[in-house]
Design a protein around this ligand. Structure first.
Ligand SMILES: Nc1ncnc2c1ncn2[C@@H]1O[C@H](COP(=O)(O)OP(=O)(O)OP(=O)(O)O)[C@@H](O)[C@H]1O
Length: 517
């Protein structure tokens, strides 16, 4: 493979933003048929480098060669014309349009809609990425939108495919399917640049790994010859932080859900049926499952974005089904939604103003007036405690890298003294060190007696973090069982909706240990 000249070569590429040098003297070579990982901590400069390749961001210095010829890529259209496709971390889809309409806009010469819909279905079936062409994007979960992005790229038959964290919201089975797809594409000669924080995935899939640290090249290695620890060390420049789970006795019930019914608010969503759930003080309950199975509906019913029968949700003993989000916050509910930009934070506002979004009743305002110094102090506390890399508390939320914004949002809700903490996809797109920090923060909350509910598609995360676990499938919730008494087989079975038979499948191996082997 390496005998052919590189398809893409970057020489000494640099990019400086006002507060930070995002890329500094980066060299990168990607060969035909190669799956090349780019890894690094949150804010290391991976996305910036990819945006330079895709023509979204202009480099300040350096050269780019494509098939050994020098090129300047000034726009994504130019990148696409060369055969470069990119799946973004923050999806660039129009919410009000359907899947087919969105994809049509991204193609330079789109076929008629009926033909395009047929092609979308064909690619989605071929690559095991279920997508319904006529569904409006606003009704889809993050995981489903990601599939659209991947299908969109595959339709363009790229020669170089850039994937920015494509698996972060896919199920283990979907990840394996995607890997088959990528391996097939690579065998057909397509080059793939693959960004991920999941080091095991990189070791399993990629031929080469370029590691960035603080905007500079830390090394280029063969990930198949590295361990998870050695890759992590190269990435963060020190040993990986350890994360400790210890058993703990739970206290009184803080959040309980009784016979919760919720029709879906859109024709393609999932209605919730008879959900029964209890989360006690001092425990973490994990909800596993593939996105699109009622996760959005459950989160909206618990957070107060949608109301339900008064006695279907109890918060600290109060019937809360009819209360709105602000009233539930007053009862001590804190919520980290899965969409960081737009829901968890206002992209165009500073971090310090973003503390007001959910913290307005916590001494940050007085008689309706904003207490700016208190706001700034609070934002600084979050930044320090959660090691958020940013240009200070006045930095605009959208200027933060995905993982750093996530740390900020989790930090904000954690420091607002929850009694019940509801978290969706806590470490989506977050690097391995920061993920350990966020998980430790959730464990600390549990140890302080907070009732924590984590909804995640990352099974590894739920198995390492939660005391008890349940699966949401097709709008129904499986029984909640102690995590350490279940098995991956059982959870897999429940994910397919088969929980009529409640006989426990005994654990063949400790499900938690499997991921630490
Ligand atoms: N438009 C921008 N304006 C100002 N600073 C920016 C901008 N885009 C990125 N940065 C900064 O550049 C640095 C590198 O960001 P980048 O998004 O490339 O990191 P990353 O490695 O992709 O991180 P993550 O894994 O969290 O996505 C960060 O410090 C980020 O805050």
């Amino acid at each position: 493979m390496q005998k052919l000249p590189p398809r893409l070569e970057l020489i000494n590429v640099g990019k400086r933003y006002p507060a930070v040098v995002a890329n500094d003297g980066i060299d990168l070579r990607v060969y035909p048929g190669e799956i090349h990982a780019v890894l690094g901590e949150n804010g290391a400069g991976k996305s910036t480098l990819m945006k330079i390749i895709y023509g979204v961001v202009a480099a300040d210095t350096g050269e780019m060669l494509w098939d050994n010829r020098q090129v300047t890529i000034d726009s994504p259209a130019q990148a696409r014309a060369l055969g470069i496709g990119m799946v973004f971390q923050h999806f660039s889809l129009f919410e009000t349009l359907t899947v087919a309409e969105n994809i049509s806009l991204a193609l330079d010469q789109p076929p008629p809609t009926a033909e395009l819909a047929r092609q979308i279905t064909e690619v989605s079936v071929e690559y095991g990425l279920p997508v319904e062409p006529h569904r409006p994007v606003h009704t889809m979960s993050v995981g489903e939108r990601q599939r659209v992005e991947i299908v969109r790229c595959l339709l363009q038959k790229p020669r170089l495919l850039i994937m920015d964290e494509p698996t972060s919201v896919l199920t283990p089975q979907a990840v394996q399917k995607l890997f088959e797809t990528l391996r097939r594409l690579a065998a057909e000669g397509c080059s793939i640049v693959y960004i991920s924080h999941k080091l095991d995935e990189i070791r399993q899939l990629c031929h080469t790994a370029t590691v960035l640290r603080n905007g500079r090249l830390a090394g280029t290695v063969d990930p198949r010859r590295e361990t998870r620890e050695s890759l992590a060390k190269l990435m963060i420049g020190r040993e990986l932080p350890r994360f400790h789970w210890e058993p703990r006795t739970a206290g009184e019930t803080r959040l309980s859900v009784k016979q919760l019914q919720l029709p879906s608010s859109d024709p393609f969503g999932t209605a919730l049926e008879d959900i029964e759930l209890a989360v006690r003080s001092g425990e973490i309950v994990g909800i596993a499952g593939i996105s699109g199975n009622g996760q959005q509906e459950l989160l909206s019913a618990l957070s107060g974005e949608r109301t339900t029968a008064a006695d279907s949700v109890f918060l600290c003993g109060t019937a809360a089904g009819k209360l709105n989000a602000a009233q539930r916050r007053r009862l001590g509910l804190r919520y980290v939604p899965e969409e960081r930009l737009g829901r968890g934070a206002v992209p165009s506002l500073s971090l310090s103003l973003n503390t007001l979004l959910t913290g307005s009743e916590q001494g940050l305002t007085e008689k309706g007036l904003i207490r700016y110094p208190a706001l700034r102090r609070f934002a600084r506390r979050i930044i320090d405690r959660f090691k958020v890399k940013c240009g200070g508390e006045q930095a605009i939320a959208s200027s933060l890298s995905g993982g750093n914004l996530q740390k900020f949002i989790v930090g904000r809700e954690t420091l607002l003294s929850p009694t019940v903490m509801l978290v969706a996809q806590p470490t989506w797109g977050v690097d391995i060190g920061a993920a350990a920090l966020i998980r430790q923060a959730l464990l600390d909350l549990r140890d302080e007696g907070v009732a924590v509910l984590v909804v995640s598609e990352d099974l590894e995360e739920l198995l390492t973090l939660s005391d008890r676990i349940a699966v949401l499938a097709d709008g129904r919730l499986s029984p909640t069982v102690p995590t350490r008494e279940t098995s991956i087989e059982q959870i897999g079975l429940w994910m397919s909706g088969a929980f009529g038979d409640q006989t426990a499948i005994p654990a063949t191996e400790d499900p938690v240990e499997i991921f630490h082997a």
